[in-house]
Design a protein around this ligand. Structure first.
Ligand code: HEC
Ligand code: HEC
Length: 311
């Protein structure tokens, strides 16, 4: 009999332990990356030489001072051409389970050469990119030092850019410090976190990115307008059920990345939260709830990555 009681007690403690586990986990305090490779990637990331008319760099649309995004509804590429989608933050992108709003690139390496060739972004042929980089002795030297002697290839450019992005981790946010039991949250942040869990936001926005690990629809409860030409899963699969289905964005930097949603059509964090409540959970949030959720989302923002401090 005693044996059973202990078994049941043990089992309940185990379940209790699982339940007590937080649905959000902290970002690593120190990102792991190869410093020489990341430094080369950093130079490339900020260099407009990678665009056709030498006016646009990766940082034009992923500006560290703008939360790793560009503050625009839709991005502006070379020749001031508008793209179709809102630029997501590059901060913490290395932890996304796939890249782009519809996950069409599996890794940062696979993603990196896309914007360089994209006609509405940097519009540069890879052969021309290589010619330009080979024409700069300091790049020649940096590539040889980083990769050993050998031809300068697009793949090496992709590896360097991806390594720099892996260094862009915003560690040590107030929320992470709370998770590590170093500080207490303010009352508003606490209320916001409780709402975030209680309302069900956390069913889609969870893990260390508070998103970035599943594909979900916008318009689960109340239908959300769909338009042709957006980068949803439908663009890849042509399946009706994939319309308005996106990789759930990370909320880690959302405090700084207005406007919101893949369309960029929502101007403020307050409005994005209200829209999420209405379209995805079927609730009309009041002003107080929205303010608390804003405070919680702001607590997710971490520190400037060390690699940028050194700049
Ligand atoms: C003209 C603006 C623009 C430029 C220049 C640009 N990007 Fe982007 N970036 C975007 C947009 C818009 C998206 C989302 C596109 C989509 O999902 O279809 C994006 C998506 C990304 C993503 C995926 C993030 C995520 O959460 O899925 C990464 C990583 C990224 N860009 C890195 C880069 C790198 C590296 C460069 C330079 C080689 C670059 N970008 C140049 C606008 C730009
Ligand atoms: C059913 C899954 C799901 C639920 C539940 C959900 N979200 Fe979202 N959330 C998404 C998806 C998908 C997007 C991207 C929509 C788009 O880009 O069109 C998103 C986008 C957002 C954005 C904008 C981020 C950006 O960078 O553009 C915020 C902020 C947000 N959600 C907060 C919340 C809050 C707060 C709740 C709870 C009230 C919530 N979400 C509930 C799936 C969900």
């Amino acid at each position: 009999m005693g044996k059973y009681i202990f078994a049941i007690l043990g089992f309940s403690l185990w379940v209790g332990g699982l339940l007590a586990q937080e649905p959000i986990s902290p970002l690593p305090l120190k990102p792991t990356y190869n410093p020489a490779l990341a430094a080369l990637g950093q130079r490339l990331f900020f260099d407009p030489i990678l665009s056709k008319d030498k006016t646009v760099s990766c940082a034009s649309c992923h500006d560290p001072a703008k939360g790793g995004a560009d503050g625009r509804e839709r991005s502006e590429g070379v020749g001031k051409v508008l793209g179709g989608m809102n630029a997501p933050s590059v901060f913490n992108a290395g932890f996304n389970f796939s890249q782009f709003w519809n996950g069409r690139a599996a890794s940062l390496e696979e993603q990196a050469l896309g914007p360089i060739q994209n006609p509405v972004e940097m519009n540069l042929a890879l052969s021309e990119m290589i010619r330009r980089l080979e024409g700069e002795p300091s790049y020649q030297e940096a590539f040889v030092q980083t990769f050993n002697p050998g031809p300068l290839t697009p793949q090496k450019v992709a590896l360097a850019l991806a390594e720099f992005e892996r260094a862009l981790v915003t560690s040590n946010s107030r929320f992470d410090r709370y998770l590590r039991k170093e500080i207490a949250l303010s009352e508003k942040e606490q209320k916001g976190y409780r709402l975030f869990k209680g309302l069900g936001c956390v069913s889609c926005h969870n893990g260390r990115l508070v998103g970035g690990n599943s594909y979900q629809k916008i318009g689960v409860v109340n239908p959300y307008p769909w338009f042709q030409g957006q980068a949803d899963l439908y663009a890849l699969t042509q399946k009706e059920s994939d319309k308005n289905r996106f990789k759930v964005p990370s909320l880690r930097m959302s405090a700084d990345t207005a406007p919101y949603f893949s369309s960029g059509e929502i101007g403020t964090l307050e409005a994005a939260i209200a829209a999420m409540g209405y379209y995805n959970l079927g609730v009309t949030l009041d002003q107080d709830q929205i303010e608390n959720l804003v405070a919680f989302i702001k607590s997710l923002k971490g520190e400037t990555p060390a690699i940028l401090e050194a700049q």
